[in-house]
Design a protein around this ligand. Sequence first.
Ligand SMILES: Cc1cc2nc3c(=O)[nH]c(=O)nc-3n(C[C@H](O)[C@H](O)[C@H](O)COP(=O)(O)OP(=O)(O)OC[C@H]3O[C@@H](n4cnc5c(N)ncnc54)[C@H](O)[C@@H]3O)c2cc1C
Length: 406
Amino acid sequence: MTDRYEVIIVGGGMVGATAACALGHGGIRVALLDAYNPERQWPPESVDIRVSALTKASQNILELLGAWQGMVQRGVCAYRDMRVFDARGGGELHFDCADTAFNELGHLVENRVIVAALWDVLATLPSATCLTPAFVSGLQLTEKGRQVKLSDGRILEAELVIAADGSESALRTMMGIKVTGWDYHQAGLVATVTTEKSHQATAWQCFLDEGPLAFLPLKNGQCSIVWTLKSATAKNYLALNDKDFLQVLEQASGGILGKLLTVGPRAAFPLRFQYADRYIDERFALIGDAAHVMHPLAGQGANAGFLDAAAIAELVIKTKQERRPLSSSRFLRNYERWRKGDNLVMMASMDVINKIYQMTSPPFVSMRSAGMNRINDTALLKTYLNHYAMGLREDLPKLAKGQACW
Ligand SMILES: Cc1cc2nc3c(=O)[nH]c(=O)nc-3n(C[C@H](O)[C@H](O)[C@H](O)COP(=O)(O)OP(=O)(O)OC[C@H]3O[C@@H](n4cnc5c(N)ncnc54)[C@H](O)[C@@H]3O)c2cc1C
């Protein structure tokens, strides 16, 4: 017999698990499928090299879903200040939570912490089912809905399938949805480092010629670095021994956090700009990196995905409450209209910032730094940018505003 659900979500990463939790809270019969069972426990001293800066809007979503508490228990780090430097031109920007109504600008959290806390909540929701390992190998439209085929031969059915299977989304390809974009020929090198000076609950970002270098504060006093480099440089730096790597990193950092004492494992991720030409099809929607991939320089990719998840869940729950079928294309069109424009604006902003900071012509560099200093002295503009970066924008899904959608 085929297992039948109202909604199947493929991909149980941060974004898919968020959508599943929201639907589960709304009493929707939802199945969350992932090829792997996510890590739920790890040695207490270890740190995941994948870390995300979460906005206030994302925090609101995760709090309402009941995942935030589990994240706090495992460890989150609030950052209260953000300092941005232009290494070549000397411009500086300083964002301080004291200029907002909040006690912090955001939080740094290991990706595995977010996923584990969401999966813990899912286990408590009666209408949610988690299936792992479940590798989706086929997708088909039937008279009753969408049929999802797993590589082990199992077949599942749902009224709606949501793909949250990441930037290489196999489901997006199965649906014939094309992507537009380009390779940045840059990589994001990530690692955890111990610094001589305290990070002071501050996110430090220095724009260098090849791309920004960020030192992001962690709960245990260490920093997570995200260093955008040309792909070839990243490859060379991955091959260095720890001592030589720390030396080039310390030099690049300009000593903002003093001497760099230790570094853990390193990894580099190729960076690109990519968006799906359509977010929806019949009984089908894309969310998260499956729909859009942006430059990580302001740490907004997962935050955008959380908003996709909150938006689609709100529309599905409303459609069911109004006793309309999930085969209705109207709510899917609303979802696409709601999220695609917002994501494109964010992606384009990241793209422009990345390009602006790669320019090295002296007159342009002077103008750029003068512009940064001007923004720094203009309270209103700084407050606007601060709120935008914190995810506090117009037209947010209810969960992101701190309101339940069920
Ligand atoms: C260097 C770097 C730093 C970043 N920093 C930040 C940051 O600070 N803040 C921020 O908001 N964002 C950041 N991002 C972006 C963020 O990491 C991504 O946007 C986010 O991980 C996307 O989550 P997702 O759930 O959409 O996809 P993924 O995390 O890719 O999850 C996809 C899931 O789908 C599963 N899957 C795939 N195919 C199948 C299949 N066929 N069947 C079943 N399961 C399948 C996978 O196992 C996986 O669990 C950063 C990105 C990079 C590269």
